[in-house]
Ligand binder design. Sequence first.
Ligand code: ZN
Length: 140
Amino acid sequence: MVMRTINVSGVKFEFNDKLLLNYPGQTLAKLCEDVQQGSNPNDDAAGCTEIVVERPAEGFAAVLAFYQTGELHMPVSMCPRAFRRELQFWNVNAADLQQCCAFKSVFIKLLRIILIWPKGRVWRLNTTLTTKSFHGGLFT
Ligand SMILES: [Zn+2]
């Protein structure tokens, strides 16, 4: 196993690539494979390879923490939609989001609906919230 360095929009993270053994199809594992095969253009003169990615660092920090702890949490500073976009980029399943953050996401969604709700319009909630709807539709 190899220690890797990834530079995400100027923020450097180091991790042992054995973290990725359980996530072979995900973007970070593929980037490490590219480095392994020498197709990364960011090798320096000493032969050290740094993976460089232009994405929001806070989203990646959450993804790396997921690999390290097995728990996926949404950063407080990120909008649920922006976080969803990052999960898509890193090819991490949104269904892995912990329940605390799934509820937080639904709460933000409801708050957004309340804040933009047209005056005089009748409130009808005809959706049954289930665990599946929290995980499957929380970002829609
Ligand atoms: Zn959480």
